[in-house]
Write a protein that binds this ligand. Structure first.
Ligand code: ZN
Length: 498
């Protein structure tokens, strides 16, 4: 009996994985090289495919077999895999198919509208789509069986990181507000003045791309498994355990943007590539919480990518691509990549002010899902919050509410995981430093960094929860003080505060 069920399950997994691979490929294509005018046709095809996937995944006969397998199996790993799968399906199966298809069509259209709105710097183009997506998202949540015991926004928070809710996030963000807001104010008022405007001179795209090739070599990126493309908003898609797609965006008037977004996205990609190979195509590879995933990208971006030893090796290579940097010393360069100042764009923000960008989005999302929000007022609400926490106001929609793709793609509850992930990253880094010589590794053998991450974090995939991995790797449960202390110590030195 169990053997038959297992045979069924293998086929089921492969078929779902095939739909998913097609959808991921189409998504990646659209975000990178597809001509814009083909979007409507492709969106239509994608909504049909995701409808097919949905019908097969939630077919009552298939669900019954999955539940039987879940009940009969004694294998704890398979049990975990099925738990993650059935969690989703038990949600999805309550949704009427017509609504499900309409919802996904609305989300695709909304993303397309977001691209256009951002390009034209016009919130009005995006507004009706955003309104529709939020209304449908709220309706979607009402179908959830968990809705009986969970508030709508908590459902979303839990979806992106199992076990997280408003209460835990409120406590976390309160700590950030209490410690970091006054600290950032102090830096602005009393800190050493660091001018990094040199990075906004003209840096040719082809030289930026050539430098990223150097970085890929240094970080031992396997080009047979990892592809780097370009898109408006950098992202990563993990297709399989041997295929990860990264994108970056080149700005010729911003040298650091493509570099740090590549390092960030490579953190995501490496995670996907180092998961236990036997987990491929299953929930054990696909259902990693977003905070855990972001912890790996932020780890790479900030703890590795801003490490003094990282640039001891790579700064000369950057100077070679851009001879105008020859007159800029390594010491000054290191200071300049740590400039911390209030800014408008989240993805360009420094690591110190970054959590405040997340706090702002978190508070707006709470408004949207609690009391509702006036969509005409949204750009103003956004600007007011930036003024309150960071002391600056966006002059345009593009620099304000239109900057991120997340809401266009109906990813509400996602943003808070970025800040939580940064806090996980600091705790992981603290543990890694106690176990290996990070400086030596960055100077001579990047492999050691990859191995440590694989052994302690990546290979588990989703077979353990974020908290379990955190405890096994750091011998301690989640402790946000590592994050706060790391930021305050590092920036006190850089800004020469008393
Ligand atoms: Zn990321």
């Amino acid at each position: 009996m169990e053997k038959e069920l297992q045979t069924f399950y293998e086929e089921y997994k492969q078929r779902i994985a095939a739909y998913q691979l097609a959808l991921n490929t189409m998504y990646y294509d659209q975000a990178t090289i597809a001509p814009k005018n083909g979007a409507a046709y492709a969106n239509q095809a994608m909504s049909i495919l995701s409808g097919e996937r949905f019908s097969y995944a939630t077919d009552p006969q298939n669900l019954a077999k999955l539940n039987d397998l879940y009940e009969t199996t004694k294998d704890p790993l398979l049990k975990r895999e099925l738990t993650l799968l059935l969690n989703d399906l038990n949600e999805e199966k309550e949704v009427p198919k017509d609504f499900y298809i309409a919802y996904h069509k609305a989300v695709s259209d909304s993303e397309t509208a977001w691209y256009e709105a951002k390009e034209k710097n016009d919130y009005e183009i995006f507004k009706p789509h955003l309104k529709k997506v939020i209304t449908m998202q709220k309706q979607m949540l009402e179908y959830s069986p968990k809705r009986k015991t969970m508030m709508p926004y908590n459902l979303l928070l839990d979806r992106f990181e199992e076990g997280m809710n408003e209460e835990t996030y409120d406590a976390f963000f309160q700590k950030i507000k209490d410690k970091l807001v006054p600290f950032i104010k102090k830096i602005t008022q009393e800190g050493k003045k660091i001018d990094a405007s040199i990075f906004n001179e003209h840096y040719k795209k082809e030289n930026q791309a050539a430098f990223l090739k150097e970085l890929q070599k240094y970080m031992q990126v396997n080009l047979k498994e990892c592809y780097l493309g370009e898109s408006e908003h950098p992202f990563t898609e993990s297709f399989s355990s041997h295929d990860a797609r990264i994108t970056t965006h080149y700005y010729e008037n911003n040298l650091l943007s493509s570099i740090f977004s590549f390092i960030h996205e490579y953190g995501h990609a490496l995670f996907g590539l180092q998961i236990e190979e036997s987990f491929e195509g299953s929930t054990l590879a696909d259902r990693i919480g977003m905070a855990m995933h972001e912890s790996q990208s932020r780890f790479m971006e900030n703890h590795i990518g801003r490490h003094p030893a990282f640039w001891k090796v790579n700064y000369p290579k950057l100077q070679k691509q851009f001879p105008s940097l020859t007159s800029l010393s390594y010491e000054s360069f290191m200071e300049m990549i740590h400039v911390a100042q209030p800014s408008l764009i989240r993805t360009e923000a420094d690591e110190l002010t970054y959590p405040l960008h997340i706090l702002i989005r978190y508070e707006i999302e709470k408004m949207i899902f609690h009391e509702g929000v006036d969509f005409d007022e949204l750009p103003k609400i956004w600007a007011d919050k930036y003024e309150e926490y960071l002391g600056i106001r966006p002059a345009s929609d593009r620099e304000g509410i239109l900057q991120d793709v997340h809401w266009g793609g109906a990813s509400f509850g996602y943003f808070p995981t970025y800040a939580l992930g940064s806090a996980f990253a600091a705790q992981f880094y603290h543990a890694m430093e106690e176990q290996i010589n990070v400086e030596e590794a960055l100077l001579h053998d990047f492999q050691q960094i990859r191995e440590w991450l694989k052994e302690n974090i990546h290979h588990y995939g989703a077979s353990k929860s974020a908290l379990e991995i955190l405890i096994s790797a750091t011998k301690e449960s989640f402790n946000p003080d590592y994050y706060i202390d790391y930021l305050i110590n590092k920036y006190t030195k850089i800004y020469q505060l008393q």
